[in-house]
Design a protein around this ligand. Structure first.
Ligand code: ZN
Length: 443
């Protein structure tokens, strides 16, 4: 059992100094005490923050990051991007997905994420055989081999539009009937590696009907994580309202008992009553600020959401960038640009934006993953980031200033990632070479 001494660390109740932590043999924090002195054999680290959970990933999209930044029509949008994305979704096989996931998850560990919710919808093999597990197994094995915590979210995706129209040719790999979905979920539950988690997932209210959601919940809901894309695009909000008479958040809450185990991904377009519904339910708003900016989704109403003590998590989604610091920067900057104000995400207890946002996203991310990753607390996994304070930019700064500087002013991510109390060195030559070879065959 190794003991550590942190000179500054961000705990759940804010920044503390001179912290001694003990790690149990199973890699959890077993004791944390503040205002301590360094003892013989302690490993000393200068500045430590909790490692970030990543609440939303479509890992295959990392292969197309940067390759959709060109004009295809006068009205390029999320919907034209989606057509390009489908081309990538339709050429990747299970072996390639494994190599992409290994590389991308290793990138995440280097950037400061130690857990991932994989929102996985490419179920069918390239040859459209009846096997729907191979692609999920690629994710399960890649996460285990790299050493990142996984909450696998197999996705139900049954229709092309809210009107129930059938999936298009390019969407056939996503297709599962409700009985097939339930069977796949139950089978994958048996195939997880130790410590991995699984949750229920509905693609969106345009891709799954309320009736189908009810059947799945009836069969499978035991309080595990439940994720859904909820209100990413105004066009989808309008379509759902036209067809079913309610906006997506209102519709979901009308028909389903949405509680703290729900994570509403891209809860971007909310009216006042929808903000109230979400915050009262204690469900998570799963925000992916860099992807939402890249896709032109819209701006999340953070001020009002925070005023009602809403819970949020962050995800890297399309992986246009893999950097939790920049995700939080974008979240704050989008508000400043919209409101023409500064310092949006803060509270009386936590006036510094970096501290406020980092701790909010840790708490919300742990809830969205349902894993013991809720920061530096006894009983949680000993996952953290040690910040290299020798970096010129961080000279002579302390805790809250360091984190603000990392989020708003750093061109690099000068961190070392620890998982189960051990320093991670995940990226290897073999992972890089296999990824490069995969890119050569996909591009
Ligand atoms: Zn998504």
């Amino acid at each position: 059992m190794q003991n550590y001494f942190f000179k500054h660390a961000l705990l759940a109740n804010g920044w503390q100094e001179n912290i001694r932590v003990k790690i149990s043999s199973d890699g959890l924090f077993s004791d944390i005490s503040v205002n301590e002195t360094l003892r013989y054999n302690d490993i000393e680290l200068d500045c430590v923050i909790p490692a970030m959970p990543n609440c939303h990933s479509h890992v295959f999209q990392r292969t197309m990051a940067g390759l959709t930044e060109f004009k295809t029509s006068e009205s390029d949008s999320f919907w034209s991007w989606r057509e390009l994305m489908y081309q990538y979704a339709n050429q990747i096989d299970a072996d390639q997905l494994y190599h992409v996931a290994r590389y991308c998850y290793a990138e995440m560990l280097e950037a400061g994420y130690t857990s991932i919710c994989e929102f996985h919808y490419i179920h069918r093999d390239l040859n459209h055989s009846n096997n729907t597990e191979n692609m999920s197994m690629a994710i399960i094995n890649a996460a285990n081999d790299i050493g990142i915590d996984l909450t696998l979210l197999p996705v139900l995706y049954t229709q092309a539009h809210i009107d129930g129209s059938p999936l298009s040719g390019l969407q056939q790999r996503f297709k599962l009937s409700v009985p097939e979905y339930i069977q796949l979920y139950q089978s994958l539950q048996q195939k997880l590696h130790e410590g991995q988690n699984i949750g229920i997932c509905f693609h969106s209210l345009r891709a799954v009907s309320i009736e189908q959601i009810k059947i799945v919940l009836n069969e499978l809901d035991t309080g595990q994580p439940i994720h859904i894309h909820i209100a990413e695009q105004t066009a989808e909000v309008n379509q759902i309202q036209q067809h079913l008479g309610k906006r997506p958040v209102e519709l979901l809450f009308k028909h389903v008992d949405v509680a703290a185990n729900w994570c509403l991904i891209h809860a971007t377009h909310l009216n006042k009553s929808e903000i109230k519904l979400i915050t009262r339910s204690k469900a998570i708003a799963g925000l992916c600020p860099m992807t939402e900016a890249n896709l032109g989704d819209g701006i999340f109403p953070l001020t009002e959401f925070n005023q009602q003590s809403g819970r949020l998590a962050i995800g890297s989604d399309s992986h246009i960038l893999i950097n939790p610091f920049q995700e939080l920067q974008m979240l704050e900057y989008s508000q400043r640009l919209n409101d023409q104000k500064r310092i949006i995400a803060s509270s009386a207890d936590s006036p510094n934006v970096g501290t406020f946002l980092w701790n909010s996203a840790i708490k919300g991310g742990a809830q969205a993953c349902q894993l013991p990753i809720d920061g530096i607390q006894v009983g949680q996994k000993a996952n953290w980031l040690s910040i290299n304070t020798d970096t010129t930019l961080l000279t002579n700064l302390k805790g809250k200033q360091i984190l603000d500087t990392m989020i708003f002013a750093s061109n690099q991510i000068p961190v070392e990632t620890y998982r189960f109390g051990q320093k991670q060195a995940s990226m290897t030559k073999n992972i890089v070479e296999n990824y490069k070879n995969t890119l050569k065959s996909l591009r």
